[in-house]
Every structure is written in structure tokens, then in C-alpha cells.
Ligand binder design. Sequence first.
Ligand SMILES: Cc1cn([C@H]2C[C@H](O)[C@@H](COP(=O)(O)OP(=O)(O)OP(=O)(O)O)O2)c(=O)[nH]c1=O
Length: 198
Amino acid sequence: MTAPTIHLASRSPRRRALLAQIGLEAVVVPADVDESPRAGEAPAARVLRLARAKARAGAAAAPAGAVVLGADTEVVVDGEPLGKPADRAEARAMLARLAGRWHEVMTGVAVVHGGGEATRLSVTRVRFRDLDARELAAYAASGEGDDKAGGYAIQGLGAVLVARIEGSYSGVVGLPLAETAELLAAAGVRVLGGREEA
Ligand SMILES: Cc1cn([C@H]2C[C@H](O)[C@@H](COP(=O)(O)OP(=O)(O)OP(=O)(O)O)O2)c(=O)[nH]c1=O
């Protein structure tokens, strides 16, 4: 029997590229979920809930027996999720808030497979270097952070903002690959050591 195909419940080209990096080709399935925040919900609970919701929505659109992956990423500072900037002015304000200090990037990952589901949370600490007004304006104006949580992309020009990182680089980009590999292995898809029948 053939191994299950991975279905990725995400529009993010980054997540697809991260799966390709570890040799997994994914079929993208639509997963339109309501991402509006819930009052009093902690950021970690929120990214896990949204990852699960995306994977479940993806599973509803995928063939029976598919292994479906969903993820959600948030940048959190002082316990507050920043979300994606609405415009360049907000992007600049987010970067100014992150400059010269540590923040957390939380990514929830969920795998739905054959009626079962499992989730993992990745929390990575990131420290930005000090940034002057000219640098803040220039990075925001680059547009790179427009569709990214926290208004930056560590995998792009945003790398020059980052002085230190403690945790999962791939988690910051949107899909923590160590945790993802463990979830997929539990669903019968082994990144190392070949695929086995689920
Ligand atoms: C902090 C950071 C975030 N990001 C991205 C990862 C996510 O794609 C995005 C956070 O938004 P998400 O809502 O997690 O994902 P998405 O809207 O891009 O895709 P989908 O909901 O369809 O799965 O920010 C980077 O690419 N680099 C970074 O350094």
C-alpha cells in the first residue's frame, strides 16, 4: 500500500517550502477558519486552537485517510499577541516595540489523521538588536513583513534585525520541523527512516 499523502491546510508558501526542505511534498487544501481572537485566551492556547481548526477544516476537504497538517504562528511581547500589521505604519510600530529586546514566537502545529488528532507547541525566544528610526522605516517600507506575524520575516531581510534566537528557527518561519516530524511519525509518515503504513 502507498504511504498517505500529506495535505497542508495552509496558504502560507513558507510552510510548503519548509516541508519541501525535509523532502515532503504537500497537497495544499483550503482551510478558511475564523482567526478572530477570543477574549481572555492565552496566546499559546490560541495558536494551538487555530492550528487544530485549520487541520480539521483541511481534513474536511481532503480525501478520507489523509494526513492533514495545520499551523498558526504568533509573535508575543509582554504576553500580548501582535498579529499581522494592518498597514506599514502599524508594521513600523510593531518593529519599534520589538527593537532591543526579547519576544516570543509561538507556533502551534496540528496533525489530523484517520479520526485522530495531535498538536505540538513551539515557543522560540527572539531578540532584536537596537534599531534606529531610519532602519525601522526602511524595513517597514520593504513590505516584507506585511503578511507576517509581528511584521517581520527572519528568513528574509528581517534576518538583520535578529541578534539572538533561542529555540526553533523553522518555528519562527511558521512550521517547527522537529515537532512536525514527530507528529507526522505518529501518523505513519517518517521523515527519517522512510515512510511506513499508517
Ligand atoms: C515571525 C515570522 C512570521 N512569519 C509568518 C509565518 C506565517 O505564515 C505568518 C503568520 O500567519 P499565520 O496565520 O500563522 O499563517 P498564514 O496566514 O501565513 O497562513 P495560513 O493561515 O493559511 O496557514 O507569519 C514568517 O514567515 N517569518 C517570521 O519571521
